[in-house]
Design a protein around this ligand. Structure first.
Ligand code: 6PG
Length: 260
């Protein structure tokens, strides 16, 4: 089981800056080694600051984008131009501003019925990662956020998708308290845990209880969905601001570094 690196920063902009630095470093190393960098984006609002940084010409060069293949960790079942779409958010903050070939962007088709969208995405992953039957895609980097209920991607507490072990991605309903209250498509834990590097971003004191329950759980059986992201043979990193880290005990887990 991977022991996470936990890095704590003064504020959300510092978290975004560190995430951009790590994204570019991982991408450059992987592209130098294998010629292509595969990354799955997180949805929600936290990563928007990261995406806007990555969109800046002084952050990442055209060579990186030319060798990047960009996927999504989850999506709302809405059309791609819907304000609730994770794809639309990523397009506006990042994709419209960088020389990433359009055929290198693989969005989840939220405009389709859930099961069909999930099946289509699984086919896309199988094709793009040249998977054998039953194989898992090994993303070079997966970005994830965490909800105040401890969900990640669209793997919500109490939902059947948590127990999915065969499919690469599934359709899931959401609990009634979730906003936006639309069904989702989400990568499953086996897919997330096959990644070479998972990078969680969490900012704001509202996330502190979920971060504590994930990184310093009082009981193993109380682990929230985010706590079940444990790359089998990959790195796990949490980038937190002071608010999100505010309920962590000292040296909660792994190598805790306080920055800035
Ligand atoms: C989504 C995300 C979701 C998100 C968390 C945190 O589709 O909403 O994939 O898992 O990462 O809900 O969202 P915020 O960053 O907006 O707090």
């Amino acid at each position: 089981m991977t022991s996470p690196e936990v890095a704590i920063f003064p504020d959300a902009p510092a978290v975004a800056g560190e995430a951009a630095r790590r994204w570019v470093q991982i991408a450059r190393d992987v592209i130098a080694a294998r010629g292509v960098f595969t990354v799955a984006l997180a949805g929600g609002s936290t990563p928007e600051a990261l995406y806007r940084l990555l969109a800046r010409p002084d952050c990442a060069d055209a060579a990186m984008w030319a060798h990047t293949q960009l996927f999504f960790g989850d999506e709302r079942l809405v059309p791609p131009d819907d304000p609730r779409s994770n794809y639309r958010a990523a397009r506006e903050a990042l994709l419209d501003h960088v020389p990433l070939p359009t055929n290198h962007v693989f969005r989840m088709q939220g405009e389709l019925p859930g099961p069909q969208a999930a099946a289509r995405y699984a086919e896309t992953l199988s094709r793009e990662f040249t998977l054998p039957t039953g194989g898992l895609p090994r993303f070079d980097l997966i970005l994830l956020g965490i909800g105040t209920d401890g969900h990640t991607a669209s793997l919500f507490p109490g939902m059947p998708a948590l127990e999915e072990s065969g499919a690469l991605g599934v359709h899931s309903a959401v609990p009634s308290y979730v906003n936006p209250n639309v069904d989702r498509i989400t990568l499953t834990f086996p897919t997330l845990n096959a990644a070479a590097h998972v990078l969680f971003l969490a900012t704001g004191a509202a996330k502190a209880p979920a971060v504590r329950d994930t990184l310093a759980p009082s009981a193993a059986d109380q682990l929230p969905p985010a706590g079940r992201v444990q790359p089998i043979d990959g790195a796990l990193t949490w980038l937190l601001d002071a608010g999100a880290a505010s309920l962590l005990p000292p040296y909660a887990s792994g190598e805790e570094l306080r920055h800035g």
